[in-house]
Structures are given as structure tokens and as C-alpha cells.
Design a protein around this ligand. Sequence first.
Ligand code: GDP
Ligand code: MG
Length: 197
Amino acid sequence: MHFILVSGLLGVGKTTVILDMMEALYDKKGYKVVVIENDFGNKGIDGEVMRKFGLEVKDLRGGCICCTLKTGLIDTVRVIQANMDPDVIIVEPSGIADPKIVINAVNDCSGIEIDRLSSVVVVDAERFMKSWKMFERPLQNQLGVADLVLINKMDTVSPQEIEEISSKIRDFGYEGPLLPVQADKGINMEQMMRIFE
Ligand SMILES: Nc1nc2c(ncn2[C@@H]2O[C@H](COP(=O)(O)OP(=O)(O)O)[C@@H](O)[C@H]2O)c(=O)[nH]1
Ligand SMILES: [Mg+2]
């Protein structure tokens, strides 16, 4: 089972990215995907979308995965694996959650079999330069464990601004792949899925 964590501040487009991932993983590859949401974003993955994909969403709204729901998340993953045995589990933690805590919890837990763990971080091109200072700590936590960084909403900025954002993300010490995307139109999402393979 491939465990994909999609982190990022509130409103950056995590849920939109996950919808694109689901489409790529389910429609194109036929993988069985389960999404676990723990976010208060303005766009939830609702029953209607799930029916379209024939998939399952577990909603952990009401607490932050990184603290009170840590054991809840692990138990949920364990139950999902035992009952549904999906190929992929995608987890959307709340915006300020520290993904490292989730990664450590998943790695340390017996009873869950994970072949591969990917940590994707989404940033919002429109807001990043204005807001990185205010969110330095959560960004540091997120970028510190990222395997892939998506600079989403590339439609809202110039190529030069994408460069500025990329260089600021490098200043955080992140050295992995950086990909500008427009998740709401699926732009560059195929490239994203390729990085996953
Ligand atoms: N302009 C633009 N808006 C986007 C893009 N992707 C997502 N959004 C919008 O950003 C808002 C937040 O998206 P959402 O996926 O709910 O963010 P989350 O809180 O990180 O899960 C929604 O109104 C989306 O429609 C994009 O590529 N470009
Ligand atoms: Mg969301």
C-alpha cells in the first residue's frame, strides 16, 4: 500500500490536488484509493464525488491529526487496510499539522503494512510570498519532510514570481522536485503523477 500525505496550509488547494490524484490513480490506473480527510478547508470531498469514483472518504474533522487524533488516524488506517486493502491511502491533514508526526506514527505502528510513503506539500502561489513569514514554523515542518512540492495556482502569478517562490522554498532547505501546477484545471498533474512512479 502506498501512503500519500498531502500537507499544506489552509486553502492552498490540497483537496483539489487530491481530487486530481484520485482521478489519475483510479480512472487511469484502476487503483483502489481511500482518502482520509482532516481538514476544515472550503472544499470537502463529498459523497457525490466519492460515488463518481466509487471510493471511500473517512472524515476526521473535529480534531487535528497531529495530536488528539493521532491514534485515531492509525486505527483508521489499520481498519481500512484490514477491511478494504486499498492500493493507495491519501491523507489530508489539517493545514498546520506537522506531517512528521503523522509519518513517524505510521512508520512506528505495527499492524500497518506500507510499501511506500510519499509526502507531498502544496503551497499557494498567490499567497506564498505574502504569507511565508507568518507561517514559517509549519512551513519548515512541512518542507522538512517533503518528497515533492507543488506550487499550486500557477495561473495567479507570473513565471518570474514562480521563480521567486521556488527560490524561497529552496531557502527553507528543501532540495527535492518542485512543480508549478494548476490543480483546479489539472494542469501539470500528469507530470506530478510521473514523479510518483
Ligand atoms: N486560481 C486557482 N484556484 C485554485 C486552484 N486550485 C484550487 N483552487 C481554489 O482554491 C480554493 C481552496 O482549495 P482547496 O482544495 O479547498 O484547499 P485546501 O484547504 O488546501 O484543501 C478553492 O476555492 C479552489 O477552487 C488553482 O490551481 N488555481
Ligand atoms: Mg481541504
